[in-house]
Design a protein around this ligand. Structure first.
Ligand code: HEM
Ligand code: NAG
Ligand code: NAG
Length: 343
């Protein structure tokens, strides 16, 4: 590209596209695109439904994506940015983001939205809408909410920020509480949001410590099942929810659980809390919720009342979706979700 062209493009970008959200969070609005892109929400939903129909795992990935976007620099699409020669260590390259997926679903939605309303809808809002639709579809509509929109896409993305702000599966309950507290989330909300682990998968490297944990922490037959599967490859993935396990593995290691296996995989409900109380969950961080009085109380509460969890999980996702960008940071409406506009 000629220098003059670059200068012209940069000038345009700086003048037109780098916006300053006054007090991000406060300007977010339900139905934000009503006038500017009236069918954006139905477009997103159509593409999320299509992706889930092809692979329910992509729904789980979208539910994780909103958490990993919003906990790092606020909900600004920073998690979507691909590494470039100028910025080779974006958030998605961080070890804590292992297994993060569904980026191509976001790309597909963005392309469809751009075709209808060019330069109007942020990738950050698409992540939120897509998570909403995924959670709703995976729960047969029991998880439902109307998230506000009007977010801008950030122009910074650093693996170190993700490592600093996202919780690790090896965390103790004190570390988990502190991590959520930093984002103004309560112990109750920590418990509510952890229920997302009813769906999706995890790498064996994320649950290594569980393979040698004592029976007070994990049911030995489930531990054997996990150990067997984890010995079968370099770093395979296993379902987060035992009821999504393959029947053969369960029959061999954990026959008492056979009757609880479900045909519909990745169904989003309060089963996480039942599994947790029975010590049949994958991550150390899940089990840790049983080790503190208040958290344990909430685990029991949500095990007892699935409707309550559906509602409170919906509310917690809305709160998550309002996490703001750092004060004073600029944003834009990205043309492509994987790159900031000056590329
Ligand atoms: C409380 C602290 C949390 C910790 C320590 C944690 C940790 C993890 C880990 C280690 C994985 C597996 C990654 C891999 O090995 O591939 C995972 C997967 C997942 N997490 Fe969390 N997580 C937490 C909270 C959340 C929250 C708040 C949500 C969403 C509301 C969430 C949604 C998910 C989903 C849906 C998956 C499965 C993703 C897929 O199958 O693609 N997690 N989490
Ligand atoms: C948490 O709340 C405090 C006090 O209201 C506020 O100053 C801070 O910005 C909030 N932090 C986040 C991450 O929203
Ligand atoms: C469960 O929670 C729902 C929603 O908050 C509430 O209406 C219902 O009364 C609760 N059920 C029980 C048995 O407590």
């Amino acid at each position: 590209m000629k220098v003059s062209v670059v200068v012209a493009l940069c000038a345009t970008a700086a003048a037109v596209l780098l916006l300053s959200p006054a007090a991000e969070g406060s300007h977010l609005k339900v139905g934000y695109y009503k006038k500017s892109c009236g069918n954006v929400e139905s477009l997103v939903k159509y593409h999320v439904a299509k992706a889930i129909k092809a692979n329910r795992g992509s729904g789980a990935a979208l539910v994780r994506l909103i958490f990993h976007d919003c906990f790092v620099r606020g909900c600004d699409g920073s998690v979507l940015l691909d590494p470039t020669p100028e910025n080779p260590y974006t958030e998605k390259t961080a070890p804590i983001n292992i297994g993060l997926a569904a980026f191509e679903v976001i790309d597909e939605i963005k392309a469809a939205v751009e075709a209808h309303c060019p330069g109007t809808v942020s990738c950050a809002d698409i992540v939120v809408y897509a998570a909403r639709d995924a959670a709703s579809l995976l729960s047969n509509g029991h998880v439902h909410f109307d998230p506000p929109a009007g977010r801008l896409d950030g122009v910074h993305s650093h693996a170190a920020d993700a490592q600093r702000d996202l919780p690790d599966s090896t965390f103790t309950i004190a570390e988990l509480i502190r991590n959520f507290r930093r984002k103004n989330f309560t112990v109750e909300e920590l418990v509510i949001l952890s229920g997302a682990h009813a769906v999706g998968v995890g790498h064996c490297s994320s649950l290594r410590a569980r393979l040698t944990a004592p029976p007070t922490q994990i049911v030995p037959s489930y531990r054997s099942l996990l150990a067997g599967k984890c010995a079968a490859g370099a770093d395979p993935v296993v379902p987060n929810n035992v009821r999504d396990e393959d029947p053969k593995a369960v029959a061999a290691a954990f026959p008492s659980f056979l009757k609880k296996l479900r045909k519909a995989k990745d169904f989003l409900d309060n089963s996480y809390y039942h599994n947790n109380l029975a010590r049949i969950v994958t991550f150390n961080s899940d089990w840790q919720l049983l080790t503190e009085k208040e958290a344990l109380g909430h685990v029991k509460e949500y095990a007892e009342n699935g409707t309550l969890w559906d509602e409170d999980f919906s509310d917690a996702l809305v709160k998550l979706s309002k996490l703001p960008m750092e004060p004073g940071s600029k944003g834009e409406i990205r043309n492509k979700c994987r790159f900031v506009n000056h590329y």
